[in-house]
Design a protein around this ligand. Structure first.
Ligand code: GLA
Length: 509
């Protein structure tokens, strides 16, 4: 009896203890609050990690928060965190026309990290870890001043950029082959000089904080030497934020050090892309942020073209030149379709008066030859960008260009409009909402370029009157810059049929 009593007693104590332990365990789990800033790190296969950030807020089993990537913050509400398992879903909207992509995130807590997977609709899952992070501390900004003109880009820069065609797939071998292609295709001869590496070249920083390139780019100096040996120049890309738009290492807190590295490697051009800087700075502070790099580039003593990329926020055309910018993006990203190109290109007229020799509006890189538009549409792209005095940075694979692409990109008479030494703005002659669109641009030596653009879905006969160009008296001479022929015109003006989404580009005097 005594023994039974003792056993019962023991069992009772054991049961109480274990339920107490269980209670403690569940209590401590409920206590493990995941509220805070987290980074999702995914190995990119080039020795680097792509990082995307989440700001999470836990409330019991519920989790809300936002994805903080590049310039965008996208909130979500119905997440859960239960028994160490995290789950949430975010809908991202992008593109034009807008598309939505739903991404599901799932994690399981291992120590102080999650094994984490993202799964976009219709895509393979992406695996990595979700780790505690902290938004970087804010650095002080310099007082504003005017950065001296570097005297570069006296005409809009011409060259090639890797992003539109290659995005994250660009590497050393491709850039070398592109440089060869620039020469072989006649692009170099036509004036396309800069070979610009966009995002995804970046590796980690070394022990001294120097930026390194990732395994896709084993030796940046050797690559720059190679491109230079072809009589071309070479460009690089970074961000004033801690991360670039593709999640690679940015220049935040290393501005002068990075400028020095680019100069030491032999780079001639920097595209500086806002991206994650939006996590730290306000839009109104962009001028000071860009000024910091403008000064840093000048201080290297190497001539480096400075290309601002912040999508036209905060009227960049009013201060881009003051920070030493040679060009500044005026819009979001272009894509290879008519709607995107039309929407961007035909909205640039109002801000054209802000261009000056050495300081240009940049409506984004060319898509000519990438396959998403007709050749008439690509001729419109090329003509419009030239009338806007936009940088001409081809974004196609110049190693294998169709003849028609080559003809469009290397048309010397159209390029001459773009590269006109006077750097005068374009003027809209037709009504602001008219789809048949007529613009003119004064050129050197009393010439005027006129573009007749047909944005409708039917062939249109379009007209420009000499009086609208301020031409009186004698009938002007007219040259068709796509047909490469002189035309006869009436004494009132010029008329021509214009194909669907196409252009007739003339030069008159
Ligand atoms: C932004 C820029 C693009 C390109 C990508 C690279 O979207 O606008 O031109 O540089 O970043 O990540």
């Amino acid at each position: 009896m005594k023994l039974l009593n003792r056993t019962l007693h023991f069992l009772l104590i054991a049961a109480t203890l274990s339920s107490l332990l269980l209670l403690l365990a569940s209590h401590s789990r409920a206590q493990s609050d995941i509220t805070g800033f987290w980074v999702f790190r995914v190995p990119t296969g080039d020795g680097n990690f792509r990082e995307s950030f989440f700001d999470l807020k836990q409330d019991g089993d519920k989790v809300s928060g936002k994805s903080v990537q590049g310039t965008r913050e996208v909130p979500f509400t119905d997440g859960t965190f239960h028994d160490g398992k995290l789950h949430f879903v975010i809908s991202f909207t992008f593109g034009n026309p807008p598309q939505t992509r739903t991404v599901t995130y799932d994690g399981s807590l291992e120590g102080d990290k999650f094994d984490f997977t993202s799964q976009a609709q219709g895509r393979d899952p992406v695996k990595g870890t979700l780790e505690h992070s902290r938004p970087p501390a804010r650095l002080p900004l310099p007082d504003l001043h005017d950065v001296p003109d570097n005297m570069l880009a006296r005409t809009p820069p011409m060259g090639w950029n890797s992003w539109n065609k290659f995005a994250g797939k660009v590497d050393d071998a491709t850039v070398r082959a592109i440089a060869d292609g620039m020469v072989a295709s006649g692009m170099k001869k036509a004036g396309y000089i800069y070979v610009n590496i966009d995002d995804t070249w970046e590796g980690p920083r070394d022990a001294n904080g120097n930026i390194t390139s990732n395994t896709k780019f084993p030796d940046m100096k050797a690559l720059a030497d190679y491109v230079h040996s072809k009589g071309l120049k070479i460009g690089i890309y970074s961000s004033p934020g801690p991360k670039t738009c593709a999640g690679y290492e940015g220049s935040y807190g290393h501005e002068q050090q990075d400028a020095n590295t680019y100069a030491a490697w032999g780079f001639d051009y920097l595209k500086y892309d806002w991206c994650s800087a939006s996590r730290i700075y306000k839009d109104e502070e962009e001028q000071a942020v860009y000024q910091k790099m403008g000064d840093a580039l000048l201080k290297t003593g190497r001539p480096i073209v400075f290309s601002l990329c912040q999508y036209g926020v905060n009227n960049v055309w009013t201060w881009g030149g003051k920070v030493g910018g040679n060009l500044w993006r005026t819009t979001g990203d272009i894509s290879d379709n008519w709607r995107s190109m039309e929407r961007i290109g035909f909205r640039q007229f109002d801000i054209s008066p802000y261009i000056k020799v050495g300081h240009w509006n940049d409506p984004d890189m060319l898509e000519i030859g990438n396959g998403g538009m007709t050749n008439d549409e690509y001729r419109t792209h090329m003509s419009l960008w030239s009338l806007l005095a936009a940088p001409l940075l081809s974004g196609n694979d110049v190693r294998s260009m169709a003849d028609e692409t080559k003809v469009i990109l290397t048309n010397s008479e159209v390029i001459a409009v773009d590269q006109d030494p006077d750097g005068k703005p374009v003027k809209l002659l037709s009504a602001p909402d008219s789809l048949p669109t007529v613009v003119s641009r004064p050129l050197h030596n009393g010439y005027t370029a006129v573009g007749l653009f047909n944005r409708t879905d039917q062939i249109q006969t379009m007209t420009v009157s000499w009086s609208s160009l301020g031409i009186t008296g004698r009938k002007p001479s007219v040259r068709d810059l796509w047909a490469h022929s002189d035309l006869s015109a009436s004494s009132e003006g010029f008329s021509a049929p214009v194909p669907i989404h196409g252009v007739v580009l003339i030069r008159v005097k």
